[in-house]
Design a protein around this ligand. Structure first.
Ligand code: FO1
Length: 353
């Protein structure tokens, strides 16, 4: 059994994967130490990554690692629980770093160790593996690439010290300007030279199911899809590819993904995003698409676009609600194609190898 691969960004992807792991632990419990017999790989967006005060910051990798490892700040969705900000206060007092981008004291521990590993010659994949050994996320975390790829935003108007036409890092646009600064395009700096990280293309090609969680379709999922080889792997895989809409009832669930969709000219609806991903029959990536019950009226239009859609409650209120969404996603995969998860394996019937 080759399991499930999730292509995730930050908060939405991390929370969805937490629910998926809870569902699998309940449905496919393992006799051994692992929670379930179904291996899960999370391919994580690294386009939000940056160098800041000498440290390599990987927001989405850390959000997934902390969320699955139990260290996340639930109210923020990012960063650590029980965080303090003494060191970032000192950094700001020197006029260094970004005073509008908070690096908590506990979080800095992760950035310092990761940067130390990178400076000692480890790849981002190797560094991620070392950090994950402490957090035991219950899934394999793979950066989409070990090569630096940074999403930048081209400003459409002067703002502060920036001029129209300038490129600023996505995190400055997202955090300092709350995605409200006029912008004309996203530019993934370094993408052409980037290679998929070891194991990423195999994790897509060999999976039983690939899930596109409710992450930001443009700067998170879109960036992963733009890594050379990823779209081809999605086209060629025998896995069923199931997406979960990040838009419910015409508004984004959290974050400001609608601002990103506007910039790339995609309608901020479950139909718009479904079409943006496209059906595999038409050269897109979806075999199935989950929309919220309030968007059930969009299903005829989605079907007309060749996208097999179904309506379910998609609010990730808590882990059980998210586990139910994951169950619907796996059922949608089975509906399009019998998958290995259904076939009883030795472990599932309590036997031992
Ligand atoms: N988001 C904010 O809105 N404000 C912050 O100060 C902030 C700091 C931060 C530090 C580390 C980190 O891993 C994430 C951080 N984020 C912050 C969240 C980040 O902008 C988002 O998680 C993703 O980049 C978008 O998905």
């Amino acid at each position: 059994m080759t399991g499930i691969t999730v292509l995730a960004g930050g908060v939405g992807g991390a929370r969805f994967t937490r629910g998926l792991l809870a569902h699998l632990a309940a449905e496919h419990p393992s006799a051994g130490g692992e929670a379930s017999t179904v291996p899960v790989t999370v391919v994580v967006n690294t386009g939000d990554d940056m160098w800041l005060t000498g440290l390599r910051i990987c927001p989405d990798l850390d959000t997934v690692m902390y969320t699955l490892g139990g260290g996340i700040s639930e109210e923020q969705g990012w960063g650590r629980a029980d965080e303090t900000r003494r060191t970032s206060g000192e950094i700001a007092a020197y006029g260094a770093g970004w005073d509008w981008f908070t690096l908590g004291d506990l979080d800095l521990g992760t950035h310092i160790v990761r940067t130390d590993l990178l400076r000692s010659g480890r790849t981002l994949s190797e560094a991620t593996e070392v950090l994950a050994q402490r957090w035991r996320p219950g899934a394999r975390l793979l950066p989409m690439s070990d090569d630096p790829v940074e999403t930048h935003v081209r400003l459409a108007a002067d703002i502060d010290e920036h001029r129209a036409g300038d490129l600023i890092h996505f995190e400055e646009w997202w955090v300092r300007y709350r995605a409200a600064a006029a912008a004309s395009e996203f530019v993934q700096v370094g993408l052409e030279q980037a290679q998929a990280a070891p194991g990423v293309l195999e994790a897509i090609r060999d999976a039983d199911v690939v899930i596109i969680p409710p992450s930001n379709p443009v700067v998170s999922v879109g960036t992963i899809l733009a890594v050379p080889g990823v779209r081809a792997a999605l086209r060629d895989t025998d896995a069923r590819v199931v997406g979960v809409s990040p838009i419910i009832g015409g508004s984004v669930v959290r974050g400001m993904a609608d601002r990103c969709l506007d910039i790339v000219g995609v309608e901020s609806t479950a139909l718009g995003v479904g079409r943006y991903y496209g059906s595999r029959a038409d050269g897109g990536i979806l075999d199935a698409w989950l929309v919220d019950e309030t968007d059930a009226g969009l299903i005829p239009d989605l079907e007309a676009a060749g996208i097999r859609a179904s309506a379910h409650p998609l609010w990730m209120h808590d882990v059980p609600a998210t586990a139910a969404i994951a169950a619907h996603a796996l059922r949608a995969a089975r509906a399009t194609h019998p998958i290995a998860l259904d076939r009883p394996t030795v472990q599932n019937i309590g036997g031992t190898l």
